[in-house]
Ligand binder design. Structure first.
Ligand SMILES: Cc1cc2nc3c(=O)[nH]c(=O)nc-3n(C[C@H](O)[C@H](O)[C@H](O)COP(=O)(O)OP(=O)(O)OC[C@H]3O[C@@H](n4cnc5c(N)ncnc54)[C@H](O)[C@@H]3O)c2cc1C
Length: 377
């Protein structure tokens, strides 16, 4: 690795958004340095259900998740806090694959394409004379024409960049565990409990992912995750049965806190922001991963045009990205916020479920509001 080289692009963060950008730009011969703070592979708190929207684009990047055990999912089930259930067919459908597996497949593809991957934490970025300087925790400096911020929902860099959302308290925490047990492979379920909801679906190797999100005010009354689950989560009978009748694969559940759904800017200090760094949709929509991959597609296409001289100025690149990002995602984020707000109110959620049970075709219409069409190449 040459410290004095000016890379075409430095990508900060090696999740879905960062890796998809890396694969695309390297496919077109661009020099890419990707800096990720954690080692690969690793588990992430995520429901691990991905909308089929992304399949054409993954195929363009030479990735077929079904070669690696991904599970096809076409059915959706929803339960409310009073244990009433409704089911629907997913019009577009999706698939289940662990982040441990998916991120690693993308990493291998990026490396195969010549991307340089460095394990380090980026602590600061500077933009001077039309060039980025990227500083890492291990006191290294790297230079590039473009910098992509793909560092996820919350990072030290958000603090450093003084982003607005980081100044506000985020009341949500997420918990995930992989288990073995009985669950239909082609189904994704969303079971609600007071103060939160839990997604259930299968990933590769016949493993079930149980992943819930809750607000801190519900959680803080309890000493630990086990108590919280026993006293709150298991009031939903479907969750109680699932948790009690299965065997954990992990030694302990994974958890994260301070999840924020505040609005963010798609361009920050001239950095092109992708995935959760640009905006996060409520996980109940099951669309965050797809958005991360799609935002990378939008970004890397425009960046390639800029590097090859078809986009003439940085200003034009940034404006075009902001406009395309808003066109693609703004409505989904709003719809996601609105649906999450309804589900936070138990009475409202139970009423909605009754309506949906009487008029079943409403559910696919609601789901559609938070999803897009298969990605056009
Ligand atoms: C509880 C929960 C359940 C969810 N369930 C689903 C679901 O079922 N389906 C779905 O589609 N979406 C779901 N999501 C959303 C989904 O997980 C995210 O939208 C997706 O992971 C975003 O990808 P990303 O690449 O933007 O970020 P990430 O995958 O988080 O990647 C960011 C990377 O940046 C690295 N990083 C951070 N800071 C630095 C730094 N300073 N230097 C170097 N590296 C850094 C991190 O280590 C990380 O690897 C869920 C989210 C939560 C919280």
């Amino acid at each position: 690795m040459d410290k004095n080289q000016t890379y075409d692009t430095i990508i900060i963060g090696g999740g879905l958004a960062g890796l998809c950008n890396a694969i695309y730009l390297s496919k077109f011969g661009k020099s890419i340095l990707l800096i990720e703070k954690n080692s690969f592979p690793n588990h992430k708190v995520c429901g691990e259900y991905i909308s089929n929207e992304v399949l054409p684009y993954l195929s363009f990047l030479d990735i077929n998740p079904f070669d690696f055990g991904a599970v096809k999912i076409n059915n959706f089930q929803l339960s409310t806090t009073n244990n009433k259930l409704v089911s629907a067919k997913l019009l577009l459908g999706g698939f289940g694959i662990s982040r441990y597996q998916l991120d690693n497949i993308l990493l291998e593809k990026a490396k195969e394409n010549g991307v340089i991957v460095l394990q380090d934490t980026v602590v600061a970025t500077h933009f001077n004379n039309d060039k980025f300087k990227v500083e890492t925790k291990n006191n290294k400096n790297f230079y590039s024409k473009i910098a992509i911020g793909a560092f996820g929902k919350r990072s030290v860099l958000d603090v450093k960049l003084e982003r607005d959302f980081i100044k506000k308290k985020s009341p949500y925490l997420g918990v995930k565990i992989h288990v073995k047990g009985n669950f239909d492979s082609n189904k994704v379920a969303l079971h609600n409990f007071k103060g939160g909801y839990c997604g259930v679906s299968k990933v590769e190797n016949d493993v079930i992912n149980l992943c819930y999100i809750t607000n801190f005010s519900s959680f803080k009354k309890y000493k630990n995750i086990t108590d919280f689950q026993e006293k709150e989560v298991f009031k939903n009978q479907f969750l109680k049965d699932l948790f009690k009748q299965s065997t954990p694969v992990f030694e302990a559940p994974l958890s994260i806190s301070q999840i924020s759904f505040e609005t963010k800017n798609p361009v920050e200090h001239h950095m092109i922001m992708c995935g959760d760094s640009a905006g996060m949709i409520h996980p109940l929509c099951g669309n965050g991963m797809s958005m991360a991959i799609q935002s990378a597609q939008i970004a890397s296409k425009l960046i390639l045009n800029y590097l090859e001289g078809q986009i003439l100025s940085r200003k034009q690149l940034e404006n075009e990205y902001i406009s395309r990002w808003n066109k693609q995602f703004k409505w989904r984020l709003k719809a996601g916020h609105f649906i999450a707000m309804l589900f936070r109110n138990n009475k409202m959620a139970n009423f909605l479920l009754q309506v949906v049970r009487k008029i079943p075709f409403l559910l696919p219409i609601i789901i559609k509001q938070t999803h897009g069409k298969p990605i056009k190449l």
